[in-house]
Design a protein around this ligand. Structure first.
Ligand SMILES: [Zn+2]
Length: 86
């Protein structure tokens, strides 16, 4: 009979116990996901400039290699509206 050892991994960020196959606990994984999603967001000034040039979120996204949905989220984050850029 094989002995099956139940053990917990330790979160690489906060050191708390987490799922055996996870690198991070749930809350740290969520934080990490957020970081991943926002790390390449350009600064506001750049985004305004690009939006003026691109005119659409799709073109803006293409310029930054992201989807139009992501481009729209960036603009929303900064409170930029493509109809009201200044
Ligand atoms: Zn953690």
């Amino acid at each position: 009979m094989k002995k099956y050892k139940l053990f917990h991994n330790v979160c690489m960020d906060c050191g708390n116990k987490c799922d055996r196959q996870a690198d991070r606990c749930r809350s740290c994984a969520a934080k990490n996901n957020m970081l991943k999603r926002t790390y390449n967001r350009p600064p506001k000034e750049q985004l305004i400039k690009d939006l003026l040039e691109s005119k659409t979120y799709l073109a803006l996204g293409a310029k930054h290699n992201v989807s139009n949905v992501t481009a729209r989220k960036w603009c929303k984050y900064y409170g930029i509206n493509k109809y009201n850029v200044n």
